[in-house]
Design a protein around this ligand. Structure first.
Ligand code: NAD
Length: 433
């Protein structure tokens, strides 16, 4: 079912540098042109609605003051309030946040939930901060972006290096400053303070569902399917566990500390327990009969049926794409494959399920959390998981059908479907004034 991209598309993709925002704009231009959307409308969709940069002074434990830079980008509210995570990482840049915000718009549209796209980030290394410093940084950042966000404007969530504890502080700060409960201002909170049951596992669960769907289209199922997972954090570890529980053989995993390989399948529940108890939550030091150590990059090149990149963007590049042996890639991470690598993978017949579809489980259950907060009416985990499955299956079916119909690959089909929906919303609303 892999279709070749047209020459012009491949050439244009090869020409761009891996600035994520340039990558996003090029994707919109190419998919939009294929859809026949006018260039002025594409310019509206390429450009974020609002960009906020804040300087965040934080009193450090030693008494000094350090100023951090933070961003919040609202890419599009055409289909609903902006939605997207907050990343704490030393390599955060404004262009990265703009791109991630744009991809959120496309992601919400491809799974057809009534939300737009946004993203935030703080340039920092959270592992160098004490608990108190991290809390003060989070609370001050919340206060500084508060004038622009809200349950009907823009609803943040966790992303790389942020978690439920940080979302709890975020909600508590907004509540304190606004003087009324603000549960619906952020998702990914703990269940005791308005979180949705099943949110923590949602992205990994979505990756499992999509893997199952793609295999079914190829006349196969998860039993005995071999899998390699790069990244063993929230997304990677949950995806690995659910795939393992469904009968797949997860033979390789890697995190920032290195990789592990067992051709007979790793004991994923045991590995998750090990990581939970290890001081830095890494797989480093794990050993078991039949398990050998590999480098963190080698996991990408294992001879498996399915490869799941679930670490950071830009992992599969022009440099290493030709070494990938898996015939199916399901993108758990955002932007793990560069456009140049995409072209190489396509030439080799590799079927890539794109990030905006494959990892949408997180934002779908964030949407459910927001709905529950607004209604103060909470669901059980079974209901969440069954609704998540329904939405993921519907989106997969829509993208697969469009890919067949238009003879394009799944990435282009997902982008075209999403863009069509965003463009339609803009057209129906009209341009104010
Ligand atoms: P996380 O911080 O929980 O985990 C990241 C994992 O990647 C860690 O195990 C880390 O050690 C590993 N890693 C980092 N660099 C690596 C490298 N060079 N090689 C191998 N492993 C490496 O983050 P997460 O929430 O699991 O997010 C992972 C990806 O999924 C990101 O791209 C994120 O944007 C995307 N994503 C996350 C969610 C979510 O709900 N958390 C939703 C959609 C997409």
């Amino acid at each position: 079912m892999v279709h070749k991209q047209e020459g012009t598309v491949a050439q244009a993709l090869q020409a761009i540098e891996v600035n994520p925002y340039e990558m996003f704009k090029t994707q919109v231009r190419l998919a939009g042109t294929k859809l026949g959307l006018p260039p002025d409308l594409l310019e509206v969709i390429q450009t974020p609605e609002r960009v906020l940069e804040v300087s965040i002074p934080v009193r450090m434990d030693d008494g000094s003051i350090r100023v951090f830079t933070g961003y919040r980008v609202q890419h599009s509210s055409a289909r609903g309030p902006c939605k997207g995570g907050i990343r704490y990482h030393p390599a955060v840049t404004l262009d990265e946040v703009k791109a991630l915000a744009g991809w959120m718009t496309l992601k919400c549209a491809v799974v057809d939930i009534p939300l737009g796209g946004g993203k935030g980030g703080i340039v920092c290394d959270p592992f160098e901060l004490s608990e108190g410093e991290l809390e003060r940084l989070t609370r001050r950042y919340t206060a500084m972006i508060l004038p622009l966000i809200g349950p009907w404007r823009d609803i943040p969530a966790p992303d790389v290096n942020t978690n439920s504890r940080i979302m709890n502080w975020f909600m508590d700060t907004a509540t304190a400053l606004r003087g009324e409960p603000m549960y619906a201002i952020v998702t990914g909170k703990d269940v005791a303070v308005g979180g949705a049951r099943g949110r923590r596992e949602a992205t990994g669960r979505g990756v499992m569902i999509i893997t199952r769907e793609v295999l079914a289209r190829l006349g196969r199922d998860l039993r005995g399917t071999t899998v390699a997972v790069q990244g063993f954090g929230n997304v990677g570890s949950v995806a690995a566990l659910l795939l393992h529980q469904a009968g797949a053989k997860v033979v390789g995993v890697a995190d920032v500390s290195g990789g592990l390989y067992n051709p007979n399948g790793l004991n994923i529940p045991e590995l998750i327990d090990y990581v939970a108890q290890s001081p830095k939550h890494l797989i480093d030091g794990y050993s078991a009969p039949g398990v050998s150590s590999i480098s963190r990059e080698e996991v990408l090149f294992l001879d498996v049926d399915v490869l799941i990149p679930a670490a950071l963007e830009g992992q599969i590049t022009e440099r290493n794409a030709a070494r990938i042996r898996a015939p199916i890639i399901v993108e758990g991470a955002n932007g793990p494959t560069t456009p140049e690598a995409d072209v190489i993978l396509e030439e080799r017949g590799c079927l890539v399920v794109p990030d905006i579809l494959a990892n949408a489980g997180g934002v779908i259950v964030s949407y459910f959390e927001w709905v529950q907060n607004l209604q103060s009416f909470y669901w059980d985990e079974e209901e969440t998981n069954s609704r998540l499955t329904q939405l993921m299956q519907r989106a997969f079916r829509d993208v697969w059908q469009l890919a067949q119909e238009k003879k394009v690959n799944l990435r282009l089909a997902a982008q075209m479907l999403a863009l069509h929906r965003v463009a339609e919303a803009i057209r129906l609303r009209g341009i104010f004034p």
